[in-house]
Design a protein. Structure first.
Length: 148
């Protein structure tokens, strides 16, 4: 009985350690995605998205489907003199849905507008990551305005 219990506990600890590594990978992948956004680099931004008509971004209460539609929408926003995402990774939560699907949820600030007086908008964002080939990719971005 002690041997079985020890085996179960060691499996749980191994899974926890593996998930901690996955959470770190997800946060690191998101930071690279944020850097691409802040660099206004649509080609690089697009590499983070799954290439599927089911790719989804919910923005301002509207659904945008597919990589090209999302890149076009982001491109319109990035025409502003200032566009910068500032994620609050310290307040983020990573939820493992299964071995190849993970949800990252966090608050972020979007600075957008004129250089003289950009707006600072607070959002909650949930990002669905899927593991494809050797990389984590974004399958959905779900955003909503953060309420105080």
């Amino acid at each position: 009985m002690k041997t079985i219990l020890a085996a179960i506990l060691s499996l749980g600890l191994s899974a926890g350690a593996a998930f901690a590594g996955t959470a770190d990978e997800i946060r690191a992948t998101y930071l690279r995605f944020a850097e691409a956004q802040n660099a206004h680099d649509p080609a690089r931004i697009g590499t983070f998205f799954t290439d599927s008509p089911d790719f989804l971004w919910v923005s301002d209460g509207k659904s945008f489907w597919g990589r090209e539609a999302v890149l076009a929408r982001m491109g319109n926003f990035q025409k502003s003199a200032v566009w910068r995402v500032e994620p609050d990774l310290a307040a983020s939560t990573v939820v493992e849905l299964d071995a190849t699907t993970v949800l990252l949820h966090m608050p972020l600030t979007l600075m957008i507008g004129s250089t003289e007086a950009p707006d600072r908008l607070r959002f909650l964002v949930s990002i669905l990551f899927v593991h494809q080939a050797a990389d984590w990719q974004i399958a959905a971005l779900l955003t909503t305005t953060e309420k105080p």
